[in-house]
Design a protein around this ligand. Sequence first.
Ligand code: BES
Ligand code: MN
Ligand code: ZN
Length: 481
Amino acid sequence: MNFELKPLNLVALANEKTDLLILLVSQDFKPGKDELSVLIAQTLKQGDFLTKAGTVLSLYRPVQANAPKVLLAGVGDGHARGVRGALAACAASLKASSVKKAIVGFAGPAHEDAVRAVPLAVAEASYVYTHTKSKPEARTLQKVLVAATNASEVKSSFDTGAATVAGVEFAKEWANRPANYATPTLLAQAAQSIAKSAKVTCEILGPKEVVKLGMGSFMAVAQGSDEPLRFIVLQYSGAPKAQPPVVLVGKGITFDSGGISIKPAAEMDEMKFDMSGAASVLGTFRTLAELKPAINVVGLIPACENLLNGKAVKPGDVVTSMSGQTIEILNTDAEGRLVLCDALTYAERFKPAAVVDIATLTGACVVALGGVRSGLFTSKPELADALYKAGEASGDLCWRLPLDDDYADGLKSNFADVANVAGRAGGAITAAKFLQRFTEKFDWAHLDIAGTAWKGGAAKGATGRPVPLLVEFLLSRVAGR
Ligand code: BES
Ligand code: MN
Ligand code: ZN
């Protein structure tokens, strides 16, 4: 999809030829004397249309425009949330096979957050998964023109939004692919495809290299599957070498059966999404490759399946992590922390400015925060602040949860330095406490995206979160922005 921003007012919009014209009307709409303004004003006056977000009035071949279909869409106060609601309500039209070109016009000046939200919301509304359909009906929408009278002022927000779409869609695509179409090997190839861009390099480690590194914890998870593990190292170099990088670590469990501590059958298919953290790292790199900000970023992805065979790791087994700490694996379904801890130790070699791991880590986080906000854990107030703000600014929300040391009590083991599970209580926090043991050498934050990375039910599918949050977080660290 191609996005373009133009400084068109309603007079100009009336002449612009398009398959679909969506006019975003806020509560602050001030009608001019032009025909479209008059039309909108009339619908409002008659009570046939409201500016409340989510309200849509559709018009067929109105004489006031040069489009077969015009939608008036209320956006409430005109900010991002209203725009998202409005464009979601236009989804059926944005998906229509007759619509190749759409115009989304602000009836009046546009807020920056709203402009950034438009490409993301249009992409979301028109997304179709095709990879494993025999007769794919791909997205027909190709060109999206966004019109705002103050286009020059909001250009950079728009560009950020459009580039973020590429990352979100990359993340969605890989998270949505079934586990037999998204093996660790294929995930590594996806990472390599991003490294074709300037400033991005990719290195793939396999079982041999991982043995040499001493990643005994990661290997223990992978050993129950015939599919070989991959450890993916992506590097984006947008700033001088001397500048310490931000390291993103993504959980890449391409399927989580639970292992010997096997999961119940219901909804187990959704565990193909257990590499959503990895997908969000790939997506973020996809956007970095496009925006080319002046920053250094490393992406680390431990990728493997959590399955069960005769060689699978068993409850009670003790393994030695790359850090040297021994771990008693009491529950093989708590595998995310086992692959992440070795990746966190590997991160030390980059002398990072900060490390953020992203993981569909715990069902407990889904219980705590649902699908609205990701769980945010860090002991560093500056990191907490920056990540929280990045969430608010991008609409990809998160919420901080605590890391008091008392929460680690349940991780004590009689047979190793630490156990991989504590009791049921505070499960998202005890998981974070486990990870924290491997982060002494740098500033670290953890995002538990178990509730936000995908939707279940009829709308089952990946969300592409938290790519918008991560992109905003990284951009906010670029000096002078
Ligand atoms: N991938 C799951 C977490 C998960 C569960 C995400 C449901 C989204 C929906 C993770 O590997 C897991 O199984 N965690 C266990 C940990 C437990 C054994 C301490 C969980 O949350 O039940
Ligand atoms: Mn698990
Ligand atoms: Zn898992």
